[in-house]
Write a protein that binds this ligand. Structure first.
Ligand SMILES: C[S@@+](CC[C@H](N)C(=O)[O-])C[C@H]1O[C@@H](n2cnc3c(N)ncnc32)[C@H](O)[C@@H]1O
Length: 258
């Protein structure tokens, strides 16, 4: 009950943030920082999850898929919204040194990512960089650098559509001419309405302030508006990174229009 009330209080908090002139990113990073402030990387490892967000093994599966889609050791790679770093180890082991950059809005997630790396066999750790990106542009953090591959795994589904547009607008400026952006999203469908709701004391409320679903049309409008083209990677349907099927979760590969 207490947890439910805490979650419900996040809704008015968002509007208070807006009235104070803060944006989505500040609000969202505050939630994540509070949520993860007492978690250690040992807690995550001890969970031994096979699916969902704490499943460390997903990083390996994503890396294998990217290699099939053309990831090269020499690629400049941006893991945008890198979280606690489950993609980091497979990627930095594979990529040449200094090719991996991870960014996240949350200082707690970056703390965990650094803790994760520190807990590993240092022989396999190549030089890489992490950044806390709240209130910063990519240019503020790394200058004019452009990337061959940009990953946003489980990131878009935690941003409102307007923010998705802003993110891709910024990423586009840091994408090489032949570069590719990969991201997944939860697609809305008539069987799964555009958001999911709970009942509380007779009221129907959106279940989560930080989960968003988009129709395929929403995504295609964002892409068209930015002069980008994309295709869905069908392999992802069998990917199974959550208990439910990935039928409504899409992974797309984005490129500049020719
Ligand atoms: C569900 S987690 C996924 C983390 C990681 N990609 C993974 O798969 O383990 C989403 C992460 O994206 C980050 N995030 C969301 N929007 C972001 C943005 N605009 N810039 C940077 N990080 C962002 C959040 O702080 C959070 O750590």
């Amino acid at each position: 009950m207490l947890t439910k009330i805490k979650w419900i209080l996040l809704f008015p908090l968002r509007y208070i943030f807006l009235m104070l002139g803060y944006g989505w990113r500040e609000y969202y990073s505050l939630i994540i920082n509070r949520q993860d402030r007492d978690i250690s990387i040992k807690d995550i490892k001890d969970k031994k999850h096979k699916k969902h967000f704490w499943a460390l093994e997903i990083g390996n599966k994503v890396k294998e898929l990217f290699i099939k889609k053309g990831l090269k050791k020499s690629d400049d790679f941006l893991d945008y919204g890198c979280g606690y770093g489950r993609m980091v180890l497979p990627l930095i082991k594979y990529l040449d040194k200094n090719k991996y950059i991870g960014m996240d809005l949350s200082k707690e997630r970056i703390r965990l990512a650094n803790e994760f790396i520190a807990s590993l066999n240092t022989k396999v750790i190549k030089k890489h960089r992490f950044f806390v990106s709240v209130n910063k542009t990519i240019k503020d953090l790394v200058g004019e650098i452009k990337f061959d591959k940009i990953l946003m795994y489980s990131v878009i589904s935690h941003n409102p559509l307007k923010e998705v547009h802003k993110i891709l607008f910024e990423l586009k400026k840091h994408l090489k001419k032949k570069g590719k952006i990969f991201f997944d999203y939860q697609s809305s469908h008539e069987n799964i309405p555009n958001d999911y709701f709970i009942s509380f004391m007779g009221f129907t409320l959106k279940r989560s302030v930080k989960d968003f679903r988009f129709s395929n049309k929403d995504i295609s409008n964002v892409m068209d508006g930015l002069g980008l083209k994309y295709k869905e990677l069908k392999e992802f349907e069998k990917f199974q990174d959550s208990i439910t099927s990935n039928h409504y979760k899409k992974l797309v590969m984005v490129q500049f229009k020719d």
